[in-house]
Design a protein around this ligand. Structure first.
Ligand SMILES: [Cu+2]
Length: 173
């Protein structure tokens, strides 16, 4: 009698396992595919397709030098960001609105007494005395912004406009 009971249980288990296996292929509602981040200012670029290198100095004067850049849609820019100051700076490419949202997140995180730096593909955080690079492809026309969103820095002027547009404009460096 005991033996028969065991066999019955095994059979039930086997059946339910089969059901689960058969059911799983139809259930593709498990995340993936669309979770890739998208950016309004373009997308991360590849080093082999860099069209232009822009040297950027981030200093404790709360400035990026130089201040504004003009880019043609489709161009891949290698920003080489050198921090010549004594404190941490970051360089984030986004829309004005996007950067405002980064700052909000940063303020909230820092209120919790933990130092937070961005680790997104559209940003680099550069330690004092060091330099880092950000390769970015600007895919669409528009007005974008490079910003340091560390509290107080943007407000003090640590931002630069990136104008992306088609057409030739007399441009004196
Ligand atoms: Cu800064």
């Amino acid at each position: 009698m005991v033996l028969k009971k065991v066999i019955t249980l095994v059979t039930i288990f086997a059946c339910s396992t089969t059901t689960l296996v058969l059911a799983s292929p139809g259930h593709s509602d498990d995340t993936s595919s669309e979770s890739k981040p998208t950016f309004r200012a373009g997308q991360p670029g590849e080093s082999q397709s860099v069209d232009r290198v822009i040297q950027v100095e981030a200093s404790d004067l709360m400035r990026f030098t130089s201040e504004n850049w003009t880019v043609t849609p489709g161009d891949t820019i290698q920003f080489v960001v050198s921090n010549t100051g004594q404190i941490l700076h970051e360089f984030v490419i986004d829309t004005v609105k996007g950067n405002a949202s980064h700052r909000k997140t940063m303020r909230e995180t820092m209120a919790g007494d933990s130092m937070m730096v961005h680790d997104d593909p559209n940003s680099v955080s550069v330690l004092p005395g060091e330099s880092d690079e950000l390769i970015w492809t600007f895919s669409e026309s528009g007005s974008f912004e490079a910003a340091c969103n560390i509290p107080g820095h943007y407000q003090a002027g640590m931002r630069a406009q990136v104008s992306v547009f088609n057409g030739t404009v007399a441009h004196n460096p």
